[in-house]
Design a protein around this ligand. Structure first.
Ligand code: ADP
Ligand code: MG
Length: 327
């Protein structure tokens, strides 16, 4: 029951960026290789996420909008495991309860596409046939139209959009194999083509983190037993860019973790001057049995079973890379 409550308490819909995050993660889960995001007025007016993934069969459309209708859970053990990954089976239901939502989809093996529409807490889902290519579109309009208190907390259009932009950057740095585009008020602002080799990956790094970092980035590739650390580190003398790039991924998920931050800072202590930036995009991976993810997925916290070992590995990998850069 506690688990269920924790799940229910998960604040899925805090602001437009949290909606975007959930929808894009669903698209990734569906195996999409192309995800297009269109935002109107910072997401206050509209959030549209379109993908070319596996789609949702007609008979499952209404179900996808109901609470805990996840297709990923079949037992409590599964649930425990899945919660740790952030899949709670309630994102679409939560979003649709505070907006007007249309879910349109066509699986490859179905001839027609269908759309489910629901408005607010009413939960009366209507199905209509529609034209749609293979994949899924979720169109969320008038977010918080029925929760005026929440609507009041929405910040200026520009601020909400910058949160969305950040979420997409973060996701795009974790899935180079997927193409993303982001429009705001009809204008194409970001385009991250799929990258399958080191040159194109490097291009994406530059377009997300800027030239200063991207063009001179120190590349990392360290292994120790089942630990591996890959990614990029800005050379210590890199000028400050417009975009802060400090991303640490653990087994593919972005984390803000004290232990890891400490290891990074310690490695760079003394080499980096205040007028220079600390920038890194790092991918740490280890055996999933060696790590616990906080049950509240929004917190981005992890706990390593062998935390000392992890800390020292990360510290050493970065120190070695920096020493090599200076030698
Ligand atoms: P969860 O992702 O935790 O399962 P959601 O509420 O986010 O829960 O989504 C409910 C279900 O709807 C998913 O389990 C999936 O089956 C389906 N779904 C949602 N979005 C998509 C999508 N873009 N493509 C395919 N299926 C989707
Ligand atoms: Mg989901």
């Amino acid at each position: 029951a506690i688990l269920a409550n924790q799940i229910a308490a998960g604040e899925v819909v805090e602001r437009p960026a949290s909606v975007v995050k959930e929808l894009v993660e669903n698209s990734l889960d569906s195996g999409a290789s192309l995800i297009e995001i269109e935002i109107e007025k910072g997401g206050h007016k509209q959030i549209l996420v379109r993908d070319n993934g596996n789609g949702i069969p007609q008979q499952e459309l209404a179900l996808a909008l109901s609470r805990h209708a996840t297709s990923k859970i079949s037992s409590l053990d599964d649930l425990e495991h899945i919660v740790s990954l952030g899949f709670r089976g309630e994102a679409l239901a939560s979003i649709s309860s505070v907006s007007r939502l249309s879910l349109s989809s066509k699986p490859a093996e179905q001839n027609e596409a269908w759309q489910a529409h629901s408005e607010g807490r009413d939960m009366q889902v209507q199905l209509t046939p529609i034209a749609h290519p293979k994949g899924t579109s979720v169109d969320v309009t008038d977010l918080f139209f029925n929760t005026p208190a929440r609507r009041k907390f929405l910040k200026a259009e520009k601020t909400e959009f910058s949160h969305i932009d950040e979420i997409i950057r973060r996701i795009a740095l974790s899935r180079f194999d997927v193409a993303f585009s982001l429009k705001h008020n009809g204008k194409l602002l970001r385009k991250y083509p799929a990258a399958d080799n080191s040159v194109s990956k490097h291009k994406r790094l530059i377009s997300i983190c800027g030239k200063e970092f991207g063009e001179q980035a120190i590349e990392l590739n360290s292994q120790y037993q089942d630990f591996s650390l890959q990614g990029w580190l800005a050379p210590p003398n890199t000028a400050k860019p417009q975009v802060d790039c400090q991303y640490f991924y653990v087994n593919g998920r972005m984390m803000r973790d004290k232990l890891l931050n400490h290891a990074v800072r310690q490695a760079l202590e003394g080499v980096i001057a205040p007028e220079h930036q600390l920038a890194y995009v790092l991918y740490f991976s280890l055996d999933t049995a060696q790590v616990d993810v906080n049950v509240h997925p929004a917190k981005h916290e992890v706990r390593f079973h062998q935390s000392r070992l992890v800390h020292d590995f990360v510290y050493r990998a970065l120190s070695d890379a920096i020493n090599q850069y200076f030698s």
